[in-house]
Design a protein around this ligand. Sequence first.
Ligand SMILES: Cc1ncc(COP(=O)(O)O)c(C=O)c1O
Length: 391
Amino acid sequence: MTNYGSTAYLDNAATSPTPPEVIKALEQYYEQQKVNVHRGMYQLSAQVTQQYESVRVQVAHFIKAASEQEIIFTAGATAALNLVAFGYGLSHLQAGDEILVSVLEHHSNLVPWQQLARLTGAKLRFIGINVAGNLDQAQLFSLLNSHTKIVSLTLLSNVLGNYLEIAKIAPRVHAVGAILVVDAAQAVAHLPIAVQQLQADFLAFSGHKMFGPTGVGVLYGRAALLRQMQPTSFGGEMIEQVNYQGATFLPAPQKFEAGTPNIAGVLGLGAAISYLEQIGFAKIKQQEQLLMQQLLTGLLEIGGIQVYGSQRPEDHIGVVSFNLDTIHAHDVATILDTFGVAVRAGHQCAQPLMRTLGVESVVRASLAFTNQKQDIQRLLQAILAVKEILS
Ligand SMILES: Cc1ncc(COP(=O)(O)O)c(C=O)c1O
């Protein structure tokens, strides 16, 4: 496991540590198997291609997709969401159409839609939240209409740590003929995901937030929609036939994977999924809830702390954001660092949400089941010290 030395690492929502199983998969590829996939006529290439493709099957099982043909390997959640926006959105939206997102969204699930709206003349509309951070469902339902073409929502907020009841919303989204895109970048390390149960049309996540390597991620897309989606990147590996003037493309998922893929990353992602499945989400949830209980009750016991979103530990999955008195979040995090505690401070890639919360920045502590009680204890003690130093 990544060794953070004496640091209490509480920035797991930014990226999670890497377990030995994943490091071993990367090492094995680079030390013994460094060949390309899909093109070698020799045994080692065939073997690595088979390993690479078996991760696609593994991902399909992991998120309960109907088929591995619905799994596209990308560079991460951001790349996956951009692929939907420009591969699907550009050819399906026109002026007057509407895209719905919530005020909770990470910039990766917002800026691509802003760009798509600009290019097509579509309108971007926002769903608000209540004080606990939950979507204003009444507003969502009132915004849905025959012009709504895409609704894109996070499954788990990277700032407030709350889970969105996507499966309850989905039928209403589909009833107006819109598609539902789910940003599962934060959810994937904490909860089992079942795309068909969620009724997601597309779902995106990154490997590095679920104990896998950086630079690899997944876009799930419903087969019928992938047939209609256009590639946004062109070159080797994705073509069927090429002549001087043009080319035909392979079916999905290959048509969306131009060029040599992140082979090591995909193999590492497979190892990360095996790691998570071996531990099991029931155990992960149990450990995370114990830590969250300790963290949130501890924070609320310290006077002068404003916790954003719900005040109940059971409503937070992995993430708590807060501010301490009127002290700037950057100052808090910088001093916490001197006590060996790593948290994130700033707008958390969610500037519109900061505006909704009426702040410029927050301190975010994010945990994984790999954290220990001592990590939380260190944070709480260090916060008391920050208070003393700055007051
Ligand atoms: C909710 C959410 N969506 C999308 C992303 C983007 O993930 P990546 O930077 O791995 O592409 C993040 C990363 O923090 C996130 O928290």
